[in-house]
Design a protein around this ligand. Structure first.
Ligand SMILES: Nc1ncnc2c1ncn2[C@@H]1O[C@H](COP(=O)(O)OP(=O)(O)OP(=O)(O)O)[C@@H](O)[C@H]1O
Ligand SMILES: [Mg+2]
Length: 254
């Protein structure tokens, strides 16, 4: 089992805002899941909870066999080694080469002196190059990250997650900075990774058509609660309307 959430809740503003509310979910190893919902619905909070980045809320959250809210910092390091995170803004070091950026994903496997000095083993370099080849960036190893297009930078970020040899990849709106064509390339790549390597992939996505096309399971959050959980075929227009409906009170508050 990859992830089990039981009555998981998380509040902000001294309990006034529910970012997650009584979330109950079971996610099997190897699933590809798209998370949808309005801005502020709790999508990023859910991913951060899985990664142990949020201060603990209430309820249980088992990830790869450990209960995340109870982990000490040192144990969190062990968990995060198994979880790749891909961000909207790529989070590359622009001044480093493509290869160096990907090698960052090997840090958890390198002895401390190596990661401090930035000297990586031949084996790590070869793993990193293979990952770059697998996302179509062969021949770009020594380019500075800043000289790549947005879509290419996001592929570097995917390669960096891959060399971690993760069991789970969490992607928080990875195509939000990309044009529609590149967005599709990125989700296609995530789908490939999921299928070929049996990595659980959870992707927050605001393009509904792409989510429906690629994910086998969709989970919708609204005000922190799971309001839909099922295959794209069950996501009717009425359900979409309920997920994305902006009520008058919320509009007035904008
Ligand atoms: N660090 C924080 N401090 C205070 N409130 C927060 C914090 N992080 C999240 N929240 C609140 O929790 C709720 C859920 O936020 P979250 O970022 O998870 O939403 P989201 O679905 O990812 O939205 P978006 O689509 O805009 O990225 C929101 O009401 C948000 O304001
Ligand atoms: Mg978010």
């Amino acid at each position: 089992m990859s992830i089990i959430a039981k009555n998981l809740s998380k509040t902000f503003d001294g309990g006034k805002t529910y970012a997650l509310k009584n979330v109950n979910l079971t996610i099997q190893q190897g699933e590809l899941i798209a998370i949808i919902g309005l801005s502020g619905a709790g999508k990023s909070t859910f991913l951060r909870a899985i990664n142990g980045t949020n201060p603990a809320g209430t309820g249980d959250l088992q990830v790869l066999g450990v209960n995340v809210p109870q982990l000490k910092t040192s144990q969190l390091v062990g968990l995060r080694k198994q979880i790749g995170f891909i961000f909207q803004q790529f989070n590359l070091v622009k001044n480093l080469t493509v290869l160096q950026n990907v090698l960052v994903g090997r840090i958890a496997y390198a002895p401390l002196w190596r990661s401090l000095t930035g000297i990586y083993s031949q084996e790590d370099k070869s793993i990193a190059k293979k990952a770059l080849d697998s996302v179509g960036l062969e021949g770009r190893y020594y380019d500075k990250a800043r000289n790549l297009s947005g879509g290419q930078q996001q592929r570097v970020a995917i390669a960096r997650a891959l060399v971690q040899e993760p069991k789970i990849i969490l992607a928080d709106e990875p195509m939000a900075s990309l044009d529609p064509k590149l967005s599709e390339v990125v989700i296609e790549m995530l789908e490939n990774i999921n299928r070929e390597r049996n990595i659980t992939v959870i992707v927050n996505i605001h393009v509904l058509s792409l989510a429906k096309k690629y994910a086998k399971r969709m989970i919708a959050f609204r005000k922190g609660e799971v309001v839909f959980d099922g295959p794209p075929s069950e996501l009717t227009d009425e359900k979409v309307e309920a997920i994305y409906h902006v009520d008058k009170k919320a509009m007035d508050e904008l």
